[in-house]
Design a protein around this ligand. Structure first.
Ligand code: SAM
Length: 196
């Protein structure tokens, strides 16, 4: 008995999990799905599938969560629906279920530039938006919706030499830039060049 007392107690699964690295969620928010044409919806699905491919090279793929994923999305998407996280409800509801209170929203209209300090959040949100030219100010709406549901939102932009011009705005490219910075430890410039 005396000997036994020298050993550390066995960890509970909960304690064990807290010692393992936990990957954040990368959420593609589809709340603006209905505002897209059929062709754009097809492109959006394609970019979601590309994002899944990218993510499973780094993690498992299930860290990719698609929120506001209605029936039309599920029908149009011809990727492995069962390997990613598909959530029909609002993003804020998904976050609440996962006990996530603060997120980074990738937003080309943000004031602040994404940095290493932002890599401590448990979820990154990318707007499920396809608009060539990108002059419409749509992503901030996603931020407002989250904030009104009580989520803390850090709006962050990705820039090249101080400007969003020159940064590819496709969802999968944006995800690729974050992954190169976060997992490979690359600087923003380098990550952007590699994803162009
Ligand atoms: N005009 C749209 C808007 O208002 O944001 C452009 C949407 S862009 C095609 C799709 C998503 O990619 C955005 O919602 C955002 O999450 C992300 N994104 C694109 N360019 C970005 C940048 N320079 N910095 C941060 N996020 C960006």
């Amino acid at each position: 008995l005396c000997m036994m007392e020298k050993f550390e107690p066995v960890l509970t699964p909960e304690e064990l999990r807290s010692r393992l690295p936990s990957w954040p969620y990368f959420i593609i928010d589809l709340q603006l799905w209905d505002g897209h044409t059929k062709k754009e919806k097809g492109k959006l699905c394609f970019q979601v599938n590309q994002s899944y491919g990218l993510l499973k090279d780094y993690f498992t793929g299930s860290e990719l969560a698609i929120t506001w994923a209605g029936e039309e999305f599920r029908k149009t998407f011809n990727g492995p629906l069962d390997r990613l996280t598909v959530y029909e409800g609002p993003t804020a509801e998904f976050l609440r279920e996962k006990k996530i209170e603060e997120v980074v929203l990738l937003d080309p209209w943000a004031e602040e530039v994404l940095s290493e300090k932002d890599f401590d959040v448990k979820a990154f949100i990318i707007g499920g938006i396809v608009d060539m030219g990108g002059e419409k100010k749509l992503t901030p709406k996603i931020g407002e919706e989250l904030e009104s549901a009580g989520i803390r939102v850090r709006r962050r932009k990705i820039v090249l030499r101080g400007d969003v011009i020159g940064v590819p705005d496709r969802i999968n490219r944006i995800l690729g830039i974050i992954l190169k910075m976060m997992v490979e430890g690359k600087g923003m410039e380098e990550a952007v060049y590699e994803m162009q």
